[in-house]
Write a protein that binds this ligand. Structure first.
Ligand code: NAD
Length: 323
């Protein structure tokens, strides 16, 4: 099989590619397992993943020439992860719509063209939801996003739904919780602090938390979300029912509980590097996101959540030591 991962040089794209390589097989249109012969990582930056099965394709997803190269020789499955993330899509309206919607539509058309109905896994987001919401969201909660990014994700979900209904592809839109802890530098996501308040103190650096300690978030670790992206690909089409949009499992944690977990793992000196200064621009986005979901369909599809935030911090520390 040839697997295309858009945003393949990103945080989750690289991890997903590594996990697929380790598995060695994925489900084909016949639901049987087939060896993964090739993975193409398409991104505006080069992906560094040394493996003879992996090629890095550098370019803008909105450029038809990149799609020509990506689809040359055929594509069996797509994981669509490339995106302009929340803070940037809010700051740059035109860029967000160009990449998150226009380029995605062009990608869906490429999937449609050969008539092979490839599996298409779309990384949507719990930012699809906003406004007044129940404390725990049922699977059938209507998404009413309160940001450009959330709106673009919902438009993407509807595209996936309609292309699937027409038989052009076999789509699965997975609404990801906030993924933490992300290594490296802060990014332009409004949720960037959810990693920063763990990563920076562990690296000996102060971190300013821009939301109040009682702010609740819906969280997952990178390892768990990658497993769930693969589970979303592997599930047979018949398992989905009337919707292809799935709220992924997560854990519901306040920011204070996150810092308390860091304190238990790394001690007072580390946790005390977190300081609090509310940023209205970040709060305006993050406080609209729901912090608890039933995620019944996801669990029925074999997806799972992390045990607790402490185990997420411990996994990050263990991984940092290996790096
Ligand atoms: N990480 C999270 O907490 C989280 C939460 C919810 C949803 N998601 C979604 O999951 C996906 C992956 O997230 P991530 O954390 O790995 O983000 P990331 O920013 O690390 O990766 C996204 C990648 O897309 C690439 N990209 C952006 N515009 C592009 C374009 N025009 N052409 C080609 N490539 C382009 C970027 O260079 C980047 O490498 C995104 O769609 C994101 O919206 C992530």
């Amino acid at each position: 099989m040839h697997i295309l991962v858009t945003g393949g040089a990103g945080f989750l794209g690289r991890r997903l590619a590594r996990a697929i390589l380790a598995r060695g097989t994925l489900a084909g249109p016949d639901d049987r397992q087939h060896p993964v012969a090739r993975i193409t990582l398409a991104d505006v930056v080069a992906a560094d993943l040394p493996d003879p099965r992996v090629s890095s394709l550098v370019g803008d997803l909105a450029d038809p020439a990149l799609l020509d190269r990506a689809f040359a020789g055929g594509v069996d499955s797509v994981f669509h992860l490339a995106a302009v993330v929340s803070g940037e899509a809010e700051a740059n309206f035109d860029l967000g719509w160009r990449v998150n919607v226009d380029a995605m539509r062009a990608l869906l058309e490429r999937c449609r063209a050969p008539g092979t109905s490839p599996r298409f896994v779309f990384a949507s987001s719990c930012a699809a939801f906003g406004g007044p919401l129940p404390a725990r969201l049922p699977d059938d909660q209507m998404p009413v996003p309160q940001s450009s990014y959330g709106t673009q994700k919902v438009v993407g979900e509807y595209l996936v739904h309609d292309y699937t209904r027409k038989g052009f592809l076999d789509g699965r839109s997975l609404r990801l919780p906030t993924v933490t802890v992300r290594p490296g530098k802060p990014n332009k996501a409004a949720s960037s602090f959810a990693s920063g308040i763990v990563r920076e103190p562990l690296a000996g650096v102060e971190s300013v938390c821009p939301v109040a300690p009682e702010t609740k978030m819906w969280l997952t670790s990178p390892a768990t979300v990658v497993d769930n992206l693969i589970a979303g690909h592997e599930a047979p089409a018949s398992a989905f029912g009337h919707t292809r949009s799935v709220n992924l499992p997560g854990i519901s944690v306040t920011v204070r509980q996150m810092v308390d977990a860091l304190r238990r793992v790394a001690g007072d000196a580390v946790a005390d590097r977190v300081t609090w200064k509310r940023d209205p621009a970040i709060e305006r986005i993050v406080l609209t996101w729901p912090a608890d979901f039933e995620a019944k369909l996801a669990r029925a599809l074999g997806m799972r959540a992390d045990a607790d935030f402490e185990s997420i911090v411990r996994a990050y520390v263990a991984e940092s030591v290996r790096r």
